[in-house]
Structures are given as structure tokens and as C-alpha cells.
Design a protein. Sequence first.
Length: 170
Amino acid sequence: MADPVVQETTQYLSFMLDQEVFAVDVARVREILEYKGTTRIPQVPTYLRGVINLRGSVVPVVDLRLLFGMPETESTINTCVIVLEVNVEGETVVAGALADSVREVLELEPNEIEAAPKLGSRMNTDFIKGMGKRNDQFLMLLDIDRVFGDEAIGVIRQSSGDTVELDEAA
């Protein structure tokens, strides 16, 4: 094994997108919400599903499936929004990530994490921090700051504000 990407035991929140398991550092997760829909914003990329009202604050919601080139998330009883704190140019931005379902919080030791695969210059895997291994299954550990990279954050910044009146049912 190459030098581990993570040097200490870390807790991750694992979640499903299609049939794949992804995970984010639990320290970056603010909360998990039941998905009840979003308020759409015109003329934004399709991966930005809209915004939600989180106790008076506007939180943009990104469909990670669309961002990763997968089919759009279909709303089920398990669909949820993972509210995350993302670092952008030294500033913390709150954003929501739409997921098919949340699985569990798990701890991974450094020896359970491999470096992200290099798939050539045509495929960008910079947003993958590493590959966790658990029970013969791989988990893609996301670098959430890179997932919400320059383009996505620019759209999110334009779509969010400090407070807004939104329909609670949206």
C-alpha cells in the first residue's frame, strides 16, 4: 500500500448514490434533513436542484448524482439532504447535497484507506480523497471542498443569501 491519504482514524458519514457508496468526513456534516423538495432557481445548472429554507437561511441543494454524471435523483422515502460546511477561499459556505439514502457513521483507520485511483488526464478524480475498504466493499471518500469546486460554489454563492422568505413546504 502507498502512503495513506489519511493519517489518523476518522469518522465518515456514508451514503448512497445509485448503487455506489460515498462518504464524507462527519466533522463537515451539520445535519441530515428529510427531502421535501426545493424552490427552483431559473437559469442555473441542472445539478443545482434549488434552495431550501433552513431556519430562515437559504441553503442551495446540489444533486450529487447530476454533478457526478449519473441519472437525476428520484425522490423516495429515503432521499435526504446532507447539510455540509464547505470551505471556499477561507470562508465557510453551507450547502446541501442530495443523496439517495444515508447508511451509517463509520470509523476508518489509515490502513483501510487507499489513494484515489488515477484514471488518466481526461477524467477528473481530484474530488475523491481516497477509497475506503469495508467488508469487501469500496467507499469513495469525498473531498467535499473539491466536490463543490469553483464552478459549483460560484453558482451556490449566487443562489444563496442571508435570509429569505420561502414556503416551508417547498
